[in-house]
Design a protein around this ligand. Structure first.
Ligand code: SAM
Length: 284
């Protein structure tokens, strides 16, 4: 996904304003994981969102991403206490030979909010190559934030994010965006390479109980929403294409419509939940 790799993409802003992952997700992962805990690799690591969290559970983490900008931000976040346990590498998911030359040498592969951007058949083959027998491949995504109790706000949000071609709909790269909004159901795990497939979805308003991967905020504000939207690849693309034009910024348009329709201000607190999905599979 090329936008995240552009020099002008603000990966510091991404680092500050994207969600981190809950402890319960890692607990579920390490309950499932039956292999070693020496080396984990994070695929499409961005600024190291999951990579740094993984250090609580494994000895060493290799954080990989094709975006130099993301990797540079990740490198800046390394603190002296973990510097010997984490390394960042620029690499695509589909070819990890430079990073992991030895077959079967990784205990755990993780990919957070990134697998929708990769070529799945190539990635699964590569994942199977680098993973030790009995090792785990885990990937997850968060999808479509919902304003609980405010369906009108959700409707306006969806209009700007992907429903209406006048806004961000055409600025998302496909098929990645569609794969994500379809809760990763289009990603087919090759059963000749992996076994014990588990997939857990949380669909706000539909799924009765939370899964191990719950991302929500009871004090969500338009200020937080604004900060989050500025991290989207589609927003970055929209702003590049409209640079210098005398038109209202896409983020202001959305926030102002929410304010005008709902009567909210920047600090009005509302409950927001993401849809989520996580998948765990094992190499036999
Ligand atoms: C939405 S960000 C997720 C970053 C981070 N994992 C997180 O949880 O916040 C998606 C990342 O996938 C990376 N990416 C895009 N295409 C990729 C590919 N073919 N292989 C590996 N990573 C890729 C992007 O550079 C970007 O950093």
């Amino acid at each position: 996904m090329a936008t995240f790799a552009e020099k002008s993409f603000d990966s510091n802003n991404y680092n500050q304003n994207r969600p981190k992952y809950p402890r319960s997700l890692y607990e579920a992962l390490f309950e499932y994981h039956d292999g070693g805990k020496h080396t984990a690799i994070d695929i499409g690591c961005g600024p190291g969102t999951a990579s740094f969290q993984l250090l609580q559970y494994v000895d060493n983490v290799i954080a990989t991403d094709p975006s130099n900008t993301m990797v540079t931000t990740g490198l800046k976040s390394i603190t002296p206490d973990v510097k010997d346990r984490i390394r960042f590498e620029v690499a695509y998911a589909e070819d990890l030979h430079q990073v992991v030359p030895q077959d079967g040498s990784v205990d755990l592969i993780v990919s957070a909010e990134a697998l929708h951007w990769v070529d799945h058949p190539k990635f699964f083959k590569e994942a199977s190559r680098i993973l030790r027998s009995g090792g785990t491949l885990a990937y997850w995504a968060y999808i479509n934030p919902r304003f609980v109790d405010h369906p009108k706000a959700t409707e306006i949000f969806d209009k700007y994010e992907f429903d209406d071609p006048r806004y961000l709909k055409t600025y998302w790269s496909q098929p990645g965006k569609g794969i994500c909004t379809n809760f990763y159901n289009d990603i087919k795990v090759p059963t000749e390479l992996f076994t014990d497939i588990e997939k857990h979805d949380y669909i706000p308003g539909e799924t009765k109980t939370h899964t191990a991967f719950f991302l929500g905020d009871e004090k969500f504000t338009l200020k937080k929403l604004r900060a989050n939207i500025t991290t989207w690849s589609a927003t970055h693309k929209w702003r590049e294409q409209h640079a210098g034009e005398d038109c209202e910024d896409i983020v202001d348009l959305l926030i102002n419509e929410l304010k005008d329709t709902l009567g909210w201000d920047d600090d009005t607190e509302v409950t927001m939940e993401y849809g989520t999905t996580y998948v765990f599979v094992r190499k036999p």
